[in-house]
Design a protein around this ligand. Structure first.
Ligand SMILES: NC(=O)C1=CN([C@@H]2O[C@H](COP(=O)(O)OP(=O)(O)OC[C@H]3O[C@@H](n4cnc5c(N)ncnc54)[C@H](OP(=O)(O)O)[C@@H]3O)[C@@H](O)[C@H]2O)C=CC1
Length: 387
C-alpha cells in the first residue's frame, strides 16, 4: 500500500497543480481515465472513491477542514472524476481496455537485456515516442511501463527494449522467463514526448541504454515525414552490445544521410561500469565510429544547436547531465523534450511527467543509475497510472 499511497498522492498533486491549466489537466486525466479501464474501473466506482477520499482528508486535516475547504475538495474531485469518466467512455467506443499480445521475436543481447517484438491481437494505435503499460503472465495485476521502440507499422507489431532491474518482477520476467509464443497484456498508449508536428527544425537526440526506445520510434517517424528534418543522435551505453538498436539505426543512416548516429561508449569493450576509469569524451577521440565517455560530454563536439529541437531519454542522472549541456550548445528550453518526472532544471522544457515522482520513472525499466543527484528509489519502476 506504500506504493498505492504514493501514486494517489502524486496524482492528487498533479491535479491540484494543473487546476488553473485546463489543457494540461485534460491531457493528464484523459490518460488516467483511459488507463484505468484496464483495472476494470467503472463510472460508478468514482463516487465511492470520492467519499472515501473526502472522509480521509477531513479526518487528517483537523481544524483546517473548513466548509470552504470541503467545498473546494468536492468540486476538484468531481471535476477530475468527470474528466476521467468521459475520457474512458469515449475510449471504450473504439478501443479495448487492454490488448493481448504475443511475443513473436525475442533477442537477448546480454543476460540482462531483451528486445521483444509483440503482436497485439487488435490494432494498437499510438504516436512515436509514447509508452505503454505491460503485464506479464508471471505477475498478474502488476503493470510496468515500457516505451515502444518503433513507429506504428502496417503489420501492427510493437518492439520493446527491456533492461532487467535487479529484483524487478516484470523486467526479469520479460528478460529471463519469457519465451516465444508467450502472451502479455498491454494497456493503452500514454505519454507526450512526441514529435512537434508544427516544427520543421533539425533534431538532436540523446539516448542512454534502453532509453533509445522512444527516440528510435521518433527517428522512424522522421523517415516518413514529407519534409526532411535532419537528426543527430548520440546513442550511449556502457558497452557496444548494449546498443541494442544500433544495427537498425545504422541501416537507416545508410539510406538516409540526414541521420547521423554517434555511439557513445563507456569503453569498447571494457570492465563493468563500476570499475571503469572515466575519460573525457570528445569527437576527436573516436573508437571506430564511436566516442568514448558519457553523452553529455560529447554534446560540445556537435557544434552549435541553436536551430534544433532536442529529445533526451535514458537514466535520470544522464538526462539531468545532458539538459544543461544542450542549453549551453544553444538549444532553447522550450524545444527540449525529455521524460524526467521533475527536474527543477527549468520550466520551459517539455517533461513528459504525467505521474512521475521521486526515485521512480514512469517509463522503461526505472533504473536510477548514476550518481549525479539521481534520486534513490526502487530499482524497478512502478506503473504510476493507477490512482
Ligand atoms: N526501456 C524503455 O522502454 C525505456 C527506458 N527508459 C529509461 O532509460 C534508462 C535506461 O537504463 P539503462 O539501459 O540501464 O542505461 P545505463 O544505465 O546502461 O546508461 C546508459 C548510458 O547513460 C550513461 N549514464 C549513466 N549515468 C550517467 C550520468 N550520471 N551522467 C551521464 N551519463 C550517464 C551511461 O554511462 P556509463 O555506462 O558510463 O554509466 C550510459 O552511457 C532507465 O532509467 C529507463 O527508465 C526511458 C524510456 C524508455
Amino acid at each position: 500500500m506504500d506504493v498505492q499511497r504514493d501514486r494517489l498522492f502524486s496524482a492528487l498533486t498533479e491535479i491540484v497543480r494543473s487546476l488553473d491549466s485546463p489543457d494540461t489537466l485534460d491531457t493528464y486525466l484523459g490518460h488516467l481515465g483511459r488507463d484505468h479501464r484496464k483495472f476494470g474501473v467503472e463510472a460508478g466506482h468514482y463516487d465511492a472513491v470520492g467519499a472515501a477520499l473526502m472522509a480521509t482528508v477531513r479526518r487528517f486535516a483537523g481544524p483546517a477542514w473548513t466548509a470552504e475547504a470541503a467545498q473546494a475538495w468536492s468540486e476538484a474531485y468531481g471535476l477530475a472524476a468527470q474528466m476521467m469518466i468521459e475520457a474512458a467512455e469515449e475510449h471504450s467506443a473504439w478501443a479495448p481496455p487492454w490488448w493481448h499480445a504475443e511475443v513473436i521475436d525475442l533477442v537477448r543481447p546480454r543476460h540482462d537485456m531483451a528486445r521483444l517484438t509483440l503482436r497485439p491481437n487488435q490494432p494498437y494505435s499510438y504516436l512515436p515516442g509514447q509508452y505503454l503499460s505491460l503485464q506479464a503472465a508471471r505477475w498478474p495485476r502488476v503493470w510496468r511501463p515500457y516505451s515502444i521502440a518503433n513507429a506504428p507499422r502496417g503489420d501492427n507489431l510493437l518492439r520493446l527494449v527491456v533492461r532487467a532491474v535487479p529484483g524487478g518482477w516484470v523486467s526479469n520476467a520479460l528478460v529471463t522467463h519469457t519465451r516465444l509464443g508467450d502472451h502479455v497484456l498491454l494497456g493503452p498508449p500514454r505519454g507526450s514526448m512526441v514529435l512537434d508536428a508544427a516544427s520543421d527544425r533539425a533534431l538532436v537526440c540523446v539516448a542512454g541504454g534502453s532509453g533509445i526506445a522512444p527516440i528510435k520510434a521518433i527517428i522512424e517517424q522522421v523517415v516518413g515525414l514529407p519534409h526532411r528534418r535532419s537528426v543527430l543522435l548520440l546513442y550511449a551505453a556502457g558497452e557496444r552490445r548494449e546498443l541494442t538498436e544500433i544495427a537498425d539505426l545504422l541501416e537507416i543512416q545508410a539510406t538516409y544521410p540526414w541521420l547521423r548516429v554517434i555511439p557513445v561508449l563507456g569503453s569498447d569493450p571494457g570492465p563493468p561500469a563500476a570499475e571503469r576509469p572515466r575519460r573525457r569524451a570528445s569527437a576527436e577521440k573516436p573508437v571506430g565510429d564511436a566516442v568514448i565517455g558519457r553523452p553529455h560530454e560529447a554534446i560540445a563536439g556537435l557544434g552549435p544547436l541553436d536551430e534544433h529541437d532536442a529529445y533526451v531519454c535514458g537514466p535520470p542522472a544522464m538526462v539531468r547531465a545532458v539538459l544543461p549541456r544542450l542549453r549551453a550548445a544553444g538549444v532553447r528550453r522550450s524545444r527540449i523534450y525529455h521524460d524526467l518526472p521533475e527536474t527543477g532544471t527549468g520550466a520551459g522544457e517539455h517533461a513528459d511527467a504525467e505521474e512521475g515522482e521521486s526515485g521512480e520513472r514512469r517509463d522503461g525499466t526505472g533504473r536510477t543509475s548514476g550518481s549525479e543527484g539521481a534520486p534513490s528509489g526502487p530499482r524497478e519502476n512502478l506503473d504510476h497510472s493507477a490512482l
